[in-house]
Design a protein around this ligand. Structure first.
Ligand code: GRF
Length: 199
């Protein structure tokens, strides 16, 4: 079966990467991970990728004089691997228009809130502190703003009275691990011409 090629960018734990790698094990899943790029040496995400025998490169932003030089390296690896989609999975660097324009409508991100609410960092904590009845998870295309691109999938997560920040984080991560593989299935099937389901 022809599959879409994914390049995954990570910076930390990589639990979303793990969920995507597990989804990709199914014969009928329309994508495979071609490479994992990580900008932070020694994080758990690298170990997870290696456990699945996925080519992995650590490209530390600190080794480059500026953002564009760093991003040029990322682009080179992604183009070499001929990726169809760039998947941001806890990648903690902002990407410049230089990078984003190389992959038009081909970059996805997952964000732990119901965008447009709580864009940026500490989204779970800010929703928890705001004492609102629900928050959620969003998968969206990446544009040149911060967490502003077109939304592909969203799921609500209720905040119960007895929730602590930790229990809410757990609930959100569980939803993320289901939603991201679903979103990647949708865009991959679209690209392979198997589905009309898209934005
Ligand atoms: C997730 O909560 C994701 O929504 C956010 O960064 C976190 C990454 O977690 N963008 P992990 O590295 O996938 O475990």
């Amino acid at each position: 079966m022809t599959k879409c090629s994914l390049g995954i960018l990570v910076s930390g734990s990589g639990s979303n990467l793990q969920a995507i790698l597990e989804a990709c094990r199914s014969d009928d899943y329309p994508a495979h991970v071609s490479l994992v790029l990580c900008n932070v040496p020694g994080v758990k995400a690298i170990e997870r990728a290696k456990n699945f025998n996925i080519p992995t490169h650590v490209i530390s932003h600190q080794d480059f004089p500026n953002r564009e030089a760093f991003e040029k390296q990322l682009v080179e690896k992604l183009e070499e691997a001929k990726v169809d989609y760039v998947i941001l999975a806890g990648f903690m660097r902002l990407l410049s228009p230089f990078f984003i324009r190389r992959f038009p409508s081909r970059i996805l991100n997952i964000h732990p809130s119901l965008l447009p609410e709580f864009p940026g960092t500490h989204a779970i904590e800010r929703a928890f502190t705001a004492k609102i009845p629900q928050t959620g998870v969003t998968v969206h295309f990446v544009d040149e703003g911060t967490d502003t691109g077109p939304i592909l999938l969203q799921e609500k997560v209720p905040i119960a009275k007895e929730d602590t920040l930790e229990s809410l984080e757990e609930k959100i991560h569980r939803v993320e691990h289901k939603l991201y593989p679903q979103a990647i299935r949708i865009v991959s099937e679209k690209l392979l011409g198997k589905s009309e389901k898209f934005l």
